[in-house]
Design a protein around this ligand. Structure first.
Ligand code: ATP
Ligand code: MG
Length: 288
């Protein structure tokens, strides 16, 4: 089976979302810090992070294990709350929302692909994919199974639709989680190593699906350790010990071998709003 992102037109994701028409940030983090209380003391997982992501951007996130990548994603999706700072996503400040409000808001606005999938074990794969549609009342009830199957086809998993998650391989569960994240056609997709369990050929096809979503106006933020894929992402954030470094991806510029417009404030070590830009030498010397 092939990934066929063009077929998604049938499911109304060809048009640019209303929220995508303005130049407002889809993601805006202002001085966000996250401190976890551990038995051995406080863990500063994020340290005064600022971030602006515009509609239709494709943004990668890299960084060593334990550096704060998943914590950063949890702030953006409202899955966890910052200790300090403000988080605005798709025009809504989410830090003071209740869990109930957050769940409904997230269901429509953000597709989340979790690092460890978080599929519901008692539901079949196709039921897992239908869940966000049922929860938010999206699409007509009778359309939902067809839409879920279509999404499973796109991630090459239609043949596993009626199995329980526990009977699937890691890569299959990961693709089910991707299909579920796309269920409500969210304007923002946030993915934590979404291809980490896939072989390189499948990862490439799934990545093409993501690129297709970005071409159609979706905003995509994705943690990845895959350097080959990272060369295809225009902007890559780096998280090192809770500090966020933000820059145009030099590998992408090199791979494209063309003039890539460097946004204002992204060509130096100290950017606007105090955002730090990644400079390998300075970071290595502890200067950035
Ligand atoms: N719920 C939690 N309670 C306590 N500490 C936590 C919690 N979640 C994360 N941490 C700590 O915060 C830091 C950042 O963790 P995080 O999961 O964001 O890292 P990561 O960059 O996603 O790593 P990986 O690449 O291994 O997934 C780590 O030191 C981790 O141990
Ligand atoms: Mg993580």
């Amino acid at each position: 089976m092939k990934v066929r992102p063009e077929k998604t037109a049938h499911f109304h994701i060809t048009g640019v979302h209303r929220s995508m028409q303005s130049n407002e940030n889809v993601i805006h983090l202002e001085e966000v810090s996250k401190v976890y209380k551990g038995p051995a003391g406080d863990i500063h997982a994020l340290k005064t992070v600022d971030l602006e992501v515009k509609p239709g951007e494709f943004v990668g996130v890299k960084g060593p294990s334990g550096s704060g990548k998943s914590t950063l994603l949890n702030m953006i999706t409202g899955i966890d709350h910052p200790t300090e700072g403000n988080v605005t996503v798709a025009g809504t400040s989410i830090v003071d929302m209740s869990e109930n409000q957050l769940a409904r808001w997230r269901g429509r606005q953000v597709g989340v692909i979790f690092q460890f999938f978080q599929l519901l074990p008692t539901l079949t794969i196709v039921e897992n994919v239908m869940l966000p549609m049922d929860f938010c009342g999206m699409y007509k009830t009778k359309e939902r199974p067809e839409r879920a199957m279509h999404l499973l086809e796109q991630v090459e998993l239609a043949d596993q639709a009626h199995k329980l998650p526990s009977t699937l391989s890691g890569g299959q569960m990961q693709r089910a989680a991707i299909a579920r994240a796309l269920a409500n056609d969210p304007p923002l997709i946030v993915a934590d190593e979404p291809t980490g369990n896939l072989d390189s050929k499948t990862a490439d096809r799934i990545f093409q699906l993501f690129e297709g979503l970005v071409e159609r106006g979706r905003t995509f933020l994705m943690v990845t350790h895959d350097d080959n894929l990272a060369t295809r992402i225009p902007r890559v954030l780096r998280v090192l010990d809770g500090v966020l470094y933000d820059d145009v991806n030099p590998d992408y510029v090199e791979a494209k071998k063309q003039d890539v417009q460097i946004p204002e404030g992204m060509n130096g070590v100290n950017g606007k709003n105090g955002v730090k830009h990644y400079d390998e030498n300075r970071v290595a010397q502890g200067m950035a």
